[in-house]
Structure formats: C-alpha cells, structure tokens
Design a protein around this ligand. Sequence first.
Ligand code: SAM
Length: 274
Amino acid sequence: MMEEKGRENGVAAMKACYRRFDPAAYLQYNYTPPRADFTRKDSIVPWKLACLHRAFTEGDMSGELLVDIGSGPTLYQVMSGCEVFSKVLLTDFLEVNRQELRRWLQDEGQCSLDWTPYLQHVCKLEGRRPSAWTEKAAKLRQVVADILPIDVHCSQPLAPDALPSVGADCLVSCFCLESVSPDLAAFSRALGHIGKLLRPGGHLMLIGALGESYYFAGPGVRIPVVPLNEAQVCTSLKESGYTLIRLEVYTLTQDMRVGVDDVTGVFFVKAKKD
Ligand code: SAM
C-alpha cells in the first residue's frame, strides 16, 4: 500500500514537471545544429535517421499500423516508417505537443521548426533526389491518421478503442520512457504498458538517452531523467517479452554537449515482441 502510494507520488511529480514543457524551446535545443547538422555523419540527428532508415528497410516489417509513443513536437521518427506502413498514429501526453504536430500536418504554417532538411535527408537515405521531399511530406500528411493523448504510466496507455484489438504492427518511441519515469522500475513498467499496444511478432524501435539525469525543456524547465545504461535497457526489454534484434550506441562528441542536458550517449534498439 505504502509502496504503491510512493510509486504514484513519483509518477505525479514527473507529470508536474511537464506542465512547463515548451515545444519551441525543446525543438531549438535538440533539433537544430550542431545536434541536427546534416553535413555531418557524427551529428546526433543524422545518426538517428540512419538507424531508423536501416531498421525500416531491412525487409522484415509487415502490417499496416505504426504507432509512435510520446511523439512530443517532433516528426523525424516516422519519416522512414511512413513509407512502409499505410497508417501512422502519433501520440503525446501534452496538448501543446499535439497542437504543434497538428499545425504541421494541417499545413497551417507557423510551425516552430522547419522539417524540410529532415525530409530531404531521409529522401537522400532512400536513394531519392532531395527534391522528392515534397512527395514525402505529402505522404506523411496522408498516412498520419490521428494524434492521440497517451499516458505510458497507465496499464492501458491509449483510449480503449484507439487500436484494433490485436494491437499495432510496429511501435516507435524516442526519448520518452526514460524522460517521463521517476526511476528504473517505472521505466520498465512503462515499457510493459506500451508492449500491450503491440501485436505478438510486431517490432519495437526504441531510441533513448544513456547516462542522462536531466534535460531542459525550456528556460529553467529542468526535467529529471532516469540515467540508463545499455545492460538495463536490455534487461527491461527481456523482462517485457522482447527479443533484441539490434542495439546500436552513439557516444556524444564534446561539441554535441550543448548545455541543455547531461546525456552521454544515445541507444537505438530494434526488437521483436515474443
Ligand atoms: N519523441 C520526442 C523526441 O524524440 O524528441 C519527444 C521526447 S520528449 C523528451 C518526452 C515526451 O514525453 C514529451 O513530448 C512529453 O510530453 C511526453 N510525456 C510526458 N509524460 C508522458 C506520459 N506520462 N506518457 C507519455 N508521454 C509523456
């Protein structure tokens, strides 16, 4: 009883931290150069896009529905998957982030970030001419069927009728679970919760921070993070019923440490639900 109360308090404290999440600042800190420098292979964003491109084009994916867990205000994570799956659902806990995504999807202008260089870069990875980015943008707008509220701390993170009863064919989740959980146990529980949204045999692409204890989501908005190592990620995946296909690690160079967090590395996981 006491233990459960402690758990609830930890999760409630994390949710309170997100009240001041500023999508425009978060995008500026993490999704502009040097972290998103498309002229460099050792910049974080091109590394993430290359991992996602490879994972989605290896020929082992099947089905129709891709769900992105904790999308935040970002779209890069579904730019490869939108060519493979005919329906994509974006999700986030915060209305401000869902609004930011809606602005881009409805092509209303006034977005906090220009996603064009991202679309161009993924086109290049796909062997298409960079000018094909307009087609990719149209494709992404066509396949994103909805932007839904989610809470990974609930045993049922989405509304009951949000997905077909068998579950999604593929999940992608980037920098969400470790940055919304008060401790490793909560991270693992959240991984278990989102696993219920995936069909057996479906794939999970998980990207996250290594060794991070906080990040800034706006001026003075300091959000605590569970510092993870690779072994903990692998153990949590195994406990949640996944078979690991691949784990890749990126180590931040000194110039990627721009003072908006204390992350030391990034992991990319491709796994299959047993
Ligand atoms: N996926 C994006 C990316 O790759 O940059 C955003 C990651 S951001 C560090 C963490 C996201 O988790 C935020 O968008 C936040 O609103 C969302 N979040 C916060 N609490 C959550 C919860 N309980 N369940 C699901 N998502 C949550």
